[in-house]
Design a protein around this ligand. Sequence first.
Ligand code: HEC
Ligand code: HEC
Ligand code: HEC
Ligand code: HEC
Ligand code: HEC
Ligand code: HEC
Length: 306
Amino acid sequence: MRWWRWAGAGLGLAFLLAGIVVWSRVGVTVAAPADVQTGRQLYGTHCATCHGDSGKGDGPSAAAFATKAFDLTDGRVMNTLPDDFLVDIVRDGGPAHGLAPTMPPFNRTLSEIQIRQVVAYVRTLAQPPFEPGQAPPLVRPVGAPRQPIYFNHVIHAGSFKIDCQYCHADARRSEYAGLPSVERCMGCHKIIGAQDNPEIRKIHDYAGRGEAIPWVRVFKVPEFTYFSHKAHVRVAVACQTCHGPIERMPVVGAQTGPRLVNDLLHAAGLRPGAPPLSMGWCIDCHREQNATRGTRAPLDCIACHH
Ligand code: HEC
Ligand code: HEC
Ligand code: HEC
Ligand code: HEC
Ligand code: HEC
Ligand code: HEC
C-alpha cells in the first residue's frame, strides 16, 4: 500500500474515533437524585423569585414584566426542549438566544455543574412528566449564517410545534418552499414579546417600514439545476430527510460547495453517502425510492438540467 493510502486510512480512523466520542457524549443521561436535590436548592435561591416556587412563572420579581417568566411546569412546551438548550439559556441569559433580557445570565453565579443540576430539577416540574429521551440534543450545523433576526426553530417548530408548512406554505404547491412574510410573524408577534424583546421589536420595525426581512439563504442548488418542492412533498418525503432535524437547530445551516471531509473519507477507501445537495445525493435517493416505493423519480439528465 502506498504511503498516501496509509495516511488516508489513518485519517478515516481518526474521523471514526471522533464520531464515536461525539456519539457517546450525546447519549441519553438520567440525572442522579442527588443532583436533582441540589438543583432544587439552587432553584429556590436563584430562580423562584421570578419563576415562582412551583415553577409556574408567577414569582413576585417578575410580576411587572411584559413577557411572563416562563411557565416551567408546562410539559407540552418544555418536554421537547433539549437539555443543552435549557443549559444555554440559563448560562447565557435570554438575549443571547433571542429571548427577553429579563431572563438574566447565570454564568457568573453558577458553575456549569450547578446549571446542569438546576436544569435536572426543572425537568421534574413538568406536567405531563418529562420522559428521558423525549428531547434529543441540539444539532448545531456548520455554515450557519448570521440572520437579521435571531429566529429559532427549536422554539417555534420544536417546542410550540408550529407546522413547517404554516410558515413555508408554498412547499406543497410550488417549486419553492418560501419564507414567511413579515405579516405572518406579526400574526403572533403583534402581542407576543412585543414590549420587551429587542429581537421581536425588529419585526415591528420591518413591518412599520413595509420592508421584507432580508433572510440569508442557506440551502441552494446551482441555477442550471431544476428542483421542485411540490413533487417531493406530494410523495410524502419528509422535510427532515433533506434538511436534517431543523426543529433541533437553534440556527439553520448547511454545507454547500466542496466537502473536504467527504473527499478525505473517499480517499481513505470508505464510501460515505453522497453529501446533501450534491448530484450524487439526489440520484442515490431517486434510485432507492424507485426500488423500494415504486416511485418514478427521474434519473435522466434532462429532468434536472433543462
Ligand atoms: C429576574 C427574573 C428571572 C430569574 C431570576 C430567572 N428567570 Fe428564567 N426567565 C425569565 C423570563 C422573563 C423568561 C422569559 C423570556 C422570554 O420568553 O423571552 C425566562 C425564561 C426562562 C427559560 C426559557 C424557557 C423557554 O422555553 O424559552 C428557562 C429555561 C429559564 N428561564 C430558567 C431559569 C432558571 C433555571 C433560573 C434560575 C437559575 C431562572 N430562569 C431565573 C425571568 C427570570
Ligand atoms: C403561530 C405563532 C408564531 C408565529 C407565526 C411566529 N412566532 Fe415567533 N414566537 C412564538 C412563540 C409562542 C414564541 C415564544 C415566546 C416566549 O417564550 O417568549 C416565539 C418567540 C420568538 C422569538 C424569541 C425567541 C427566539 O426564537 O429567538 C423571536 C425572535 C421570534 N419568535 C421571531 C419570529 C419571527 C421572525 C417570525 C416570522 C418569521 C415568528 N416569530 C413567527 C410564536 C410565533
Ligand atoms: C414560525 C415560522 C416557521 C416555522 C414553523 C418553521 N420555519 Fe423554517 N424558517 C423560518 C424562517 C423565518 C427562516 C429563515 C431564517 C433561518 O434560516 O433561520 C426559516 C428557514 C428554514 C430553512 C432554511 C431556508 C434556506 O434559506 O435555505 C429550512 C430548510 C426550514 N426553515 C425548514 C423548516 C422545517 C423543516 C420546519 C418544520 C420542522 C420549519 N422550517 C418550521 C420560519 C419557520
Ligand atoms: C427532496 C429533498 C427536499 C425535501 C423533501 C424538502 N426540501 Fe426544502 N430544499 C431542498 C433543496 C434542494 C433546496 C434548494 C432549492 C433551490 O436552490 O432552488 C431547498 C430549499 C428550501 C428552502 C429555502 C427557500 C426556498 O423556498 O427554496 C426552504 C425554506 C425549504 N427548503 C423548506 C422545506 C420544507 C418546510 C420542507 C417540507 C415541507 C422541505 N423543504 C422539503 C430539498 C428538499
Ligand atoms: C429523499 C429522497 C429524494 C431526494 C434527496 C431527492 N429526491 Fe427528487 N424525487 C424523489 C421522489 C420519491 C420523486 C418521485 C415523485 C413521484 O414519483 O411523483 C422525486 C422526483 C423528482 C423530480 C421529478 C418531479 C418534477 O418535479 O419534475 C425531479 C426533477 C427531482 N426529483 C429532482 C431532484 C433534485 C434536483 C434533487 C437534489 C437536489 C432531488 N430530487 C433529491 C425523492 C428524492
Ligand atoms: C436528480 C437530479 C439530477 C440528475 C438526474 C442529474 N443531475 Fe447533474 N446535477 C444535479 C445537481 C443537484 C447538481 C449540482 C450539485 C453538484 O454539483 O453536485 C448537478 C450538477 C451537475 C454538473 C456540474 C458538476 C460540477 O462539478 O459543477 C454536471 C456537469 C451535471 N450535473 C451533469 C449531469 C448529467 C450529464 C446527467 C445525466 C447523466 C445529470 N447531471 C443528471 C442534479 C441532477
